[in-house]
Design a protein around this ligand. Structure first.
Ligand code: UDX
Ligand code: UDX
Length: 430
């Protein structure tokens, strides 16, 4: 099938390349010419394990093309996916201006039947507006359908999440649209939830908000663990063995970041406020998440007393491991607050250094974790990269001014580090 992908970001690019790998013929569009030029040369502008190989292979086999022209993509496609950014506005509601402008350009280019699919995460009722926009600008009055097909890709595992999804959600208003999408996804042989557009849009926001709720729940429990001297890892283990709770997304730490959970939580709160429903639970989830970063800073102050002129080493900058994505990364808030208190900051991240250099100024970018530890009064684990799990702690301890480790992602064994002469502080640990 001929497919168009409008917006080659973290989601659009993975979606387009994976569809090509399933044998479809895909043409990807982006407004950013630099990005398109790099993709034409076989370069992936983001870090996503395995993506560059798939890009090169499918481009060489002629199933994948890149352009900045929406009309070229529309003319050559039967199904067109909208995967442009839906960033949060000032008060948290989703900025849908890119979705609107792309819908307009699609409408101006269609000359025969097309299925236009919103894959970007959008508030409920956006599909109605996409349809309305296309109707207005569809000069040739060509028949078309609109559908919703939300993505559930996690950065760092996006290819496997695409190829082995727990479920595919399709929101459609016509049999033709349903048949096209069922055929498109048939090679994945995955459970398909077929519903109306509004329900499909809600499934996405409700799913991400539930994941955020799970994380904030265990983070709240971690604070109680600290008060009573319990171990949150054991509590989470005991909870997660209950199949109704399940063990994933019960890792206590400095909270969630990234371009999805925070943004989708804010958008869901905003749309429900507008609908007249006060989603107090989600407002509390957001508050707990923000407090986790403040709690980490309180731990640093409790150990160092005076922060000014102290050297603080930060291990990990990306919002989670196996990605270079710095959007809404906890590290940004933590570093900003430490700098405001006069601390000197040294950082290392295996993948996110380039992106971090664009947003973090006045800090020292180091070449490895040992360089970060040199002369540091304190070492804080912010992102749980595997590279940080088996460090030479004797070497680390000898090079630090004081052997203090604050483990923001609970990746170390407290007893092991204490035996090596460190003061260890975790999140909800004894
Ligand atoms: C996007 C949505 O923001 C998110 O809500 C959804 O869940 C998945 O798709 P992401 O892929 O991470 O997330 O966004 P981003 O990395 O910002 O990529 C968006 C791309 O769209 C960018 O490459 C941008 O250049 C492009 N774009 C944006 C266009 O091509 N045209 C536009 O008008 C606006
Ligand atoms: C998320 C959803 O998982 C995915 O389904 C959706 O399509 C996009 O948003 P992503 O943001 O890429 O994916 O990463 P995810 O693995 O969900 O982690 C999100 C944040 O939660 C990260 O900052 C991570 O550090 C944090 N997290 C995750 C926790 O703090 N504890 C956990 O137990 C799990």
């Amino acid at each position: 099938m001929n497919i168009g992908i409008i917006g080659t970001g973290y989601v659009g690019l993975v979606t387009g390349i994976c569809f090509a790998d399933l044998g479809h013929s895909v043409i990807c569009v982006d407004i950013n010419k630099k990005k398109i030029d790099r993709l034409k040369k076989g370069e992936v502008p983001i870090y996503e394990p395995g993506l560059e190989d798939l890009l090169r292979r499918n481009s060489q086999e002629g199933r994948l093309k890149f352009t900045t022209s929406i009309s070229e993509a529309v003319r050559n496609s039967l199904v067109i996916f909208i995967t442009v950014g839906t960033p949060p506005k000032e008060k948290g509601e989703a900025d849908l201006s890119y979705v609107e402008s792309v819908s307009k350009k699609i409408a101006e280019s269609i000359t025969d039947y097309k299925l236009i699919v919103e894959k970007s995460t959008v508030p409920v009722e956006t599909g109605k507006w996409v349809e309305h926009t296309i109707k207005i600008y569809n000069r040739k009055k060509v028949k078309f359908d609109v559908a919703s097909n939300p993505e559930f890709l996690r950065e760092g595992s996006a290819i496997s999440d695409f190829m082995h999804p727990d479920r595919i959600v399709i929101g459609v208003e016509s049999k033709k649209a349903k048949n096209l999408l069922v055929e498109l996804y048939k090679p994945l042989n995955a459970p398909i939830v077929i519903t109306d557009i509004r329900s499909a849009e809600l499934i996405k926001h409700a799913s991400n908000s539930f994941l955020a709720t799970k994380i904030s729940f265990i983070n709240a429990v971690s604070n109680i663990c600290e008060m009573v001297g319990a171990d949150v890892l054991k509590v989470a283990e005991g909870m997660g063995l209950d199949r109704r709770i399940e063990k994933t997304f019960l890792n206590a730490g400095i909270g969630f970041g990234g371009f999805c959970l925070p943004k989708d939580l804010d958008a869901f709160i905003s749309i429900t406020d507008k609908l007249g429903y006060d989603f107090g639970l989600l407002k509390e989830v957001k508050k707990i998440n923000e407090q986790q970063r403040e709690l980490l800073l309180k731990k640093v102050e409790k150990e160092l007393w005076i922060l000014s002129n102290k050297t603080i080493g930060i291990l990990g900058l990306s919002f989670k491991p196996n990605t270079d994505d710095m959007r809404f990364a906890p590290s940004v808030d933590i570093i900003k607050s430490l700098k405001q208190n006069g601390s000197k900051i040294k950082v290392f991240d295996p993948q996110a250094m380039d992106k971090a250099k664009e947003i973090l100024k006045g800090i020292t970018f180091c070449k490895d974790p040992y360089d970060v530890a040199k002369g540091a009064d304190c070492l804080i684990v912010v992102t749980e990269w595997n590279e940080f799990k088996e460090l030479d702690f004797n070497r680390i301890r000898k090079s630090m001014k004081a052997p203090l480790i604050i483990d923001g992602r609970n990746i170390y064994d407290p007893d092991k580090l204490k035996a090596l002469g460190f003061k260890y502080v975790g999140i909800g640990r004894k």
